[in-house]
Ligand binder design. Structure first.
Ligand code: C2E
Ligand code: MG
Ligand code: MG
Ligand code: MG
Length: 291
């Protein structure tokens, strides 16, 4: 019986591998149609101020609504798009949607900046700066309302020309943000070379902040480092009130995470912004102290 069960295990893990390969092959095959037929959508996650929880920014996060497989996360299909050369049209589409919707929010009177994740392949293709200029012009969005989130892999993979493109984008007034800071191993060596104004601290850092004193010390020092370099620091992956309390104590100004909101459709985001009541920020007068 044990032998049979063992065989069954081997067979079923083989099937699992087959299934994974099958899914991957299928996703790669279906991806061109996904872009052409409007199966991608952009969700937005709020970035809030640490003291008043006011929404100061957004991150645009792409999803694929596959007609048969359901929602496919970006970690699964972005790498496929990068292999297939589909990444440039995909990124153009995300940039176009995000800038158009950012312009709608601005017209509504919301002064928020929208972050879009950049693929290093788009930068390597040499057309990121002109593509960004084109979508900003089409949406009539001021450049400083767009944040481009780049990861450290840009520095490892891209040629020197890529850094020049980042300088061009920065010269246009676009805000640059270093995403997933701390996940790589080369962070500090490269940090000073990158023309970034925002540091997004990876959620791995934030995860242990309220339980592990060394983890807490690390986060505090990253917040300090960002401050010393004149950068705004965003903590990613804030999930609990205890983490929030630690980040408040460190005066880490910008926070993003499920505690404040999951990635949501644009309509839901607009409702959230419209429902925000400024009066919750009015701190009541302290009661007069009796002498
Ligand atoms: P990222 O840029 O670091 O985005 C943050 C990810 O963390 C998002 O995952 C978000 O849903 C998730 N997240 C936010 N708050 C929390 C939290 O409190 N707890 C946990 N556990 N997770 C949280 P998502 O949407 O699955 O995106 C994954 C990655 O895919 C992104 O990581 C980004 O690197 C990439 N990505 C997403 N959209 C695009 C895009 O349009 N273009 C490119 N090139 N990459 C994209
Ligand atoms: Mg990001
Ligand atoms: Mg990140
Ligand atoms: Mg990332």
């Amino acid at each position: 019986a044990a032998k049979a069960a063992g065989k069954r295990c081997v067979r079923s893990s083989g099937e699992a591998v087959d299934a994974a390969v099958g899914r991957r092959t299928r996703l790669a095959r279906d991806l061109p149609a996904a872009i052409a037929e409007g199966q991608l959508r952009v969700l937005y996650q709020p970035v809030v101020g640490v003291h008043d929880r006011r929404v100061l920014g957004l991150e645009a996060l792409v999803r694929w609504e596959h007609p048969l497989l359901g929602t496919v996360p970006p970690d699964e299909f972005i790498p496929l798009a990068e292999e297939d050369g589909l990444i440039v049209p995909l990124q153009r589409w995300v940039l176009r949607v995000a800038t158009e919707q950012a312009a709608v929010l601005l017209a509504d009177g919301w002064d928020v900046q929208t972050g879009v994740n950049v693929s290093v392949r788009h930068l390597q293709a040499g057309c990121l700066a002109p593509d960004v200029a084109a979508v900003l012009a089409a949406a009539q969005l001021p450049a400083d309302k767009l944040i481009l989130e780049i990861t450290e892999s840009v520095l490892l993979d891209a040629h020197e020309g890529a850094l020049g493109d980042l300088e061009t984008l920065r010269g246009m007034g676009v805000v640059l943000s270093l995403d997933d800071f701390g996940r790589g191993w080369s962070s500090l060596a490269y940090l000073a070379r990158l023309p970034v104004q925002i540091l997004k601290m990876d959620r791995e850092f934030v995860a242990g902040i309220d339980t592990d004193p060394r983890g807490r010390a690390l986060v505090a020092s990253v917040v300090e480092l960002g401050r010393a370099l004149g950068m705004d620091v965003v903590a990613e992956g804030v999930e609990t009130e205890a983490q929030l309390a630690e980040l408040q104590a460190m005066d880490c100004r910008y926070l993003q995470g499920y505690l404040f909101g999951r990635p949501m459709p644009f309509a839901e985001l607009r409702a959230l912004l419209a429902g925000f009541d400024d009066s919750v920020l009015d701190v009541p007068e302290p009661p007069a102290t009796k002498m």
